[in-house]
Structures are given as structure tokens and as C-alpha cells.
Design a protein around this ligand. Structure first.
Ligand code: HEM
Length: 403
């Protein structure tokens, strides 16, 4: 990495609250001693995909059976539901093994995480939606695969499906038999396997992809996305001085550890502690952030969709809030137009708003009601599942974006 890139990575890391020193190169240097497994095989996550399910899904494509799988999966919703009867035998056999919590999942921590999600929901919706959601557009590999896959052409539908994942993960019973997250995670894992099969057939994606072996969504890529979600949100909550107990922080991490395990990440790569997650993030997420054509288009789509909903604020305010959460550098990459009055209001009003909300300020600060309306509108958008009355089911795509 050049000095300039290194400086860029460090300053972005500070702006995003993702502390830790950036490594000289994004090559994999993180020790498995800090993982939930505690030890490793020496594998490099950039070269690890999800071989077993990838082979099963490729076989289903070859036999034209994906539409039938989608039909069979429609009624499979709750964690306690039996596997659908109409699934092909090889998929059922794989799901028998995958469709359960790992032995190290701690039900007490998972319950606490659910309760934490409920207590802090407004900040979480805001940070996942406007922070992680927009950050995904400056993670080049993610932006390129999302843009060139079928879902890239219909961001409203894709956003609604992503809401399903977040909604099911945040539910009080997420990991319990009556919850839905284990099923949703497995469906997502199947979607990712399908994307690994489909995108290499897209000439558009192949022209811009720099992935190892030209196969997307390696374990390394999933870890990066996890850091743009869980690790980023955790750091921001600390930076914003939102009160959290050590048990809350640990529980929040645990729910993410289980979630990325369910998405097929090997235990030797899953960070054991937040300190380990921060270190991993500093070496793989921050140095890789960059603008791309695809990311620019996706960000416009996403912010355009958000701006259609009445959040009680202007598009200029929305742009500045994204800049506040993600840095001016990222705001400039995405061409977010400036609104200096809104920027000033956010810089002073937002910290005061949080302090008042958390009982740390005796009097409501100026702008309180505007921030309150904004944050509640984003929460309602999320709780209304993206504006539709029912959850949008996650289905396996059968093609790529045409062009
Ligand atoms: C699909 C979540 C990592 C690329 C999905 C879906 C969910 C999801 C819920 C289903 C919704 C849909 O079909 O649109 C996640 C989570 C991740 C992760 C929680 C990590 C923690 C990644 C990474 C990439 C990626 C690293 C690429 C580098 C895609 C693509 C689709 C998809 C291309 C399919 C879009 C389509 O339908 O065409 N993901 N994902 N995901 N994901 Fe991921």
C-alpha cells in the first residue's frame, strides 16, 4: 500500500470510528488465535467460499430446479418448521446439517442481544440503514456484485429483502424455535451460493471483478460486510456515548458471531471479542473502501428511495447526516450535495439529542423534535418492513442484471 493509501485508510478509520491501526496491505494477517475456534488451519478467507452448498446449488441450476426450490421454500419460515417436503434430496441433506445453531451458541447471550436490539432499536435502525447501507456502496466488491446481480436492477425489492434479514435478526425470538432468523440466514446462504454460480456468467461483472478465481462472496468478503454492519455500529454507539453494559456489548457481538456462522463463515475467521473484530476490520474493511461507478449508482438509488418517504427532513439534511455518520470523504465519493446549515445543526444537535434521550441532559436541546421525528420515521420504515404490509420473502435469483 502506498503512503497515500495508508494515510487515507487511517483517516477514514478514525472518521468511521473503526479504530486500530490499518495493516500495510489488506492481505490476510489476522491470527485465528483471536477467533471463536481459537485455532486455525492456516486458510486464507479470500480463498474460502462455501464449497458444499455451492456444489449443491450449481447442480440445481444445471437441472433447472431453482424455481421449484423457491416454490417449496415459500412455506418454510419459522426456525421450528420442518424442512419443506418438496426440496431436492441433496439440498435437504445439506440443510439437515446447516439449519441449526452451532454448539457454541449461548441462548442466554442471544436473548440478551434481542433485548439490547429492542432497547437501542432507533439508533440501530439509523446506523444500519444510513450508515452500513450506504457504506456497502463504497465496498467495491459488494457494490459491483449487488449492482450486476438481478437485485441491482430493483433496489426497492432488494432493500425490502435485506430488511427481512435485519428484521428477523432483531426480533426478540430471533434464534428461538418460534423465531425466523435461522431459516432466513439459510435462505440468504443459498442466495449467496446462487450468486457465486451466476455472476461469473455475467460479462459485465467479469469486466470489473477483481475477486480471487473470479468467484464472489468469499468468507473474507462476508467478514468485511459484517464489519460494515456489527463492528461499525458498535463503534458508533460507543463514539456517540450511548450507554451499554459490558454484557450488552458481548451479547450484541455474539448474535453477529452466530449470524455469520449461519452465513457460512468458518469459525477460525470469526472474531472472539470486539477488540479482535476491530483489529480485523482495520486491516480488511477500511483500506478497501473506494468509490466505484456501481456504488455511486446504488447510493443514489438508496438515498432516492429514502428521500421518497416523509422523514420530516430535506434531501440536503439526509446527505449531511450520511456525511456525518460516514465522513466527508465518503460523502464526496458519492457526490452528496452539501447543505452547510444542516451540517452545522447535525454536528451540535445530534450529540445533544442523544444525551437528552439517554437522560444525560436535563433540558431538550434545540432541534430535538426534528431529530426525534427523523429517527422515528426511519424506525417506522424499518418496522413497516420497507413499507409493505408483509415481509418480502427471500428467494433464490435465477439470472443476473441484464445490462
Ligand atoms: C443477497 C445479506 C454479504 C452480495 C443477500 C440477501 C441478504 C443478504 C439478506 C437476500 C436479499 C436479496 O436477495 O436481495 C448479507 C449479509 C452479509 C452479506 C448479512 C454479511 C454479513 C454479502 C457480500 C456480498 C453480497 C460480502 C458481495 C461481495 C449479495 C448479492 C445478493 C445478496 C449479490 C443477491 C442480490 C440479488 O437478488 O440479485 N445478502 N449479505 N452479500 N448478497 Fe448478501
Amino acid at each position: 500500500m502506498t503512503n497515500l493509501n495508508r494515510r487515507k485508510a487511517l483517516s477514514l478509520g478514525v472518521a468511521l470510528g473503526l479504530v486500530g491501526s490499518a495493516s500495510a496491505t489488506p492481505a490476510w494477517a489476522w491470527s485465528p488465535a483471536g477467533s471463536v475456534a481459537g485455532t486455525g488451519t492456516g486458510a486464507d478467507p479470500w480463498w474460502v467460499w462455501d464449497d458444499e452448498v455451492d456444489a449443491v446449488v450449481a447442480g440445481l441450476f444445471a437441472e433447472g430446479r431453482i424455481p421449484a426450490v423457491n416454490t417449496a421454500m415459500a412455506s418454510w419460515v419459522n426456525n421450528s418448521d420442518p424442512l419443506p417436503a418438496g426440496l431436492p434430496a441433496e439440498l435437504s441433506a445439506w440443510l439437515q446439517k446447516a439449519n441449526k445453531l452451532p454448539a457454541w451458541a449461548d441462548p442466554v447471550k442471544l436473548r440478551r442481544a434481542a433485548d439490547f436490539n429492542r432497547r437501542k432499536d432507533t439508533y440501530l435502525f439509523m446506523l444500519y440503514g444510513l450508515g452500513s447501507g450506504i457504506m456497502s456502496t463504497v465496498i467495491p466488491r459488494e457494490a459491483k456484485s449487488v449492482y450486476w446481480s438481478a437485485g441491482g436492477a430493483d433496489m426497492q425489492d432488494r432493500a425490502a429483502k435485506t430488511f427481512t434479514f435485519g428484521y428477523d435478526l432483531s426480533d426478540l425470538n430471533a434464534f428461538e424455535p418460534s423465531g425466523q432468523f435461522v431459516v432466513t440466514a439459510n435462505k440468504t446462504r443459498l442466495v449467496h451460493a446462487a450468486v457465486r454460480h451466476l455472476l461469473p456468467q455475467s460479462p459485465h461483472w467479469r469486466a470489473v471483478a477483481d475477486e480471487q478465481k473470479q468467484i464472489p462472496i468469499s468468507n473474507g468478503d462476508i467478514l468485511i460486510t459484517f464489519h460494515s454492519l456489527g463492528t461499525f455500529v458498535h463503534r458508533k454507539l460507543i463514539e456517540w456515548k450511548v450507554p451499554m453494559s459490558a454484557a450488552d456489548e458481548e451479547a450484541f457481538l455474539h448474535s453477529w458471531q452466530v449470524a455469520i456462522h449461519l452465513l457460512g463463515v468458518r469459525e477460525e475467521f470469526i472474531p472472539k471479542t470486539w477488540a479482535e473484530a476491530d483489529a480485523q476490520s482495520a486491516s480488511v474493511l477500511t483500506p478497501l473502501l473506494a468509490p466505484t461507478f456501481e456504488g455511486h449508482e446504488l447510493a443514489e438509488d438508496l438515498l432516492g428511495l429514502t428521500a421518497q418517504i416523509d422523514l420530516g427532513v430535506t434531501r440536503g439534511f439526509l446527505n449531511e447526516f450520511v456525511r456525518y455518520v460516514l465522513s466527508d470523504e465518503i460523502g464526496d465519493w458519492l457526490g452528496l450535495k452539501r447543505d452547510y446549515a444542516a451540517a452545522g445543526l447535525i454536528r451540535t444537535g445530534w450529540p445533544a439529542y442523544i444525551a437528552f434521550r439517554e437522560g444525560l441532559l436535563p433540558v431538550a436541546p434545540a432541534g430535538f423534535y426534528m431529530f426525534d421525528q427523523f429517527i422515528r420515521a426511519i424506525a417506522m420504515l424499518f418496522l413497516n418492513k420497507g413499507g409493505s404490509s408483509t415481509t418480502t420473502p427471500i428467494t433464490i435469483p435465477t439470472g443476473n442484471r441484464p445490462g
